[in-house]
Design a protein around this ligand. Structure first.
Ligand code: CP
Length: 306
């Protein structure tokens, strides 16, 4: 049971709530690994995915998570909805509420849109990524993957490299990992490093090597070209050479350190293809963790109190 009606970000959730989502997610993942995809937890519930931005992993993963637990699922892409006729987010939310939706999963380009929706509707709202703010289910699936591999989060050193400024994934991971006792180091071009990230708990490093030194996990981030309005680095080639993750950088991490990326990945830019497809990569594992953790979120939000 969560103490919140909605899951809007890991800034809001307590360490205990995050821990509970991860514990239920671990159980769900064990079932998924046995190919068990018919569970009763959401029977009689309806879940709507409302996406104002493109997505492959997150939308598909929430849909499968809900369906594997027996929910009715409706998918709305803003491009083909009444949003195109000028309907506001609040009116769209009220319409979905009137249809007795239990959960609305929303992705929106504006930070704060899920919170606005959550204030307006009776349904539980899950943030599937809002602008440059948070992407809580992504960070939870990253943490689930780490916990599965290391048996814990506390004491891990996680290095996050890349476009931190535009990354909702980096911020959610920072909040969640710090609450569970991990150390988070970051390295990015100065133009892609938000002011105040150090005060939020990250150790901002002066080089890739410093950030990765002794790391258990090295996470690359996608360069979010769609959110950049100015040239923040000279070229993709130079970005890869100075800020990307390759074998040379990984030599500074712990032996066997895991390579992670939220996807979609720009091969050869944020990570080399050899690392993406190598033994230490957990990128595909993250995708399965995504369904498991989203099953846990949907279940814990809609679970009736006894
Ligand atoms: N990681 C992630 O959010 O991927 P999608 O944009 O494909 O959902």
């Amino acid at each position: 049971m969560l103490n919140h009606k909605d899951v809007l970000g890991l800034y809001d959730l307590s360490a205990e709530e995050i821990d509970e989502i991860l514990s239920v997610g671990m159980s769900m993942k064990k079932l998924l690994k046995q190919n068990i995809k018919r569970l009763p937890h959401l029977q009689g519930k309806s879940v709507t995915t409302l996406f104002y931005e493109n997505s492959t992993r997150t939308r598909c993963s929430f849909e499968l998570a809900a369906k594997y637990m027996g929910a009715h699922v409706v998918n709305i892409a803003a491009a083909s909805s009444s949003v195109q006729k000028g309907e506001t987010l609040i009116d769209t939310g009220k319409t979905l509420d009137a249809m007795k939706n239990d959960v609305i999963v929303i992705r929106h380009p504006m930070g704060g849109a899920p919170r606005l929706l959550a204030k307006t509707v009776k349904a539980h709202v899950v943030n599937a990524g809002d602008g440059m703010n948070e992407h809580p289910s992504q960070a939870l699936l990253d943490m689930l993957t780490m916990r599965e591999n290391f048996g814990r989060i506390a004491g891990l050193k996680v290095a996050i490299l890349g476009d931190i400024s535009h990354s909702r994934v980096a911020k959610s991971n920072l909040f969640g990992l710090k609450k569970l006792g991990a150390e988070v180091t970051m390295y990015a071009p100065r133009t892609l490093l938000p002011t105040g990230i150090g005060q939020m708990g990250a150790k901002v490093c002066a080089s890739r090597e410093e950030a990765v030194e002794g790391a258990d996990v090295v996470m690359g981030l996608r360069i979010q070209l769609e959110r950049q309005h100015a040239g923040n680095f000279p070229s993709l080639g130079e970005y890869a050479g100075f800020y990307g993750v390759d074998d040379g950088v990984m030599r500074y991490a712990k032996k066997g350190a895991l390579v992670m990326h939220p996807g979609p990945v720009n091969r050869g830019v944020e990570l080399t293809s050899a690392l993406i497809d190598g033994d230490t990569s957990r990128i595909e594992e993250q995708v399965l963790s995504g369904i498991a953790v989203r099953m846990a979120i949907l279940f814990l939000l809609t679970k009736e109190e006894v």
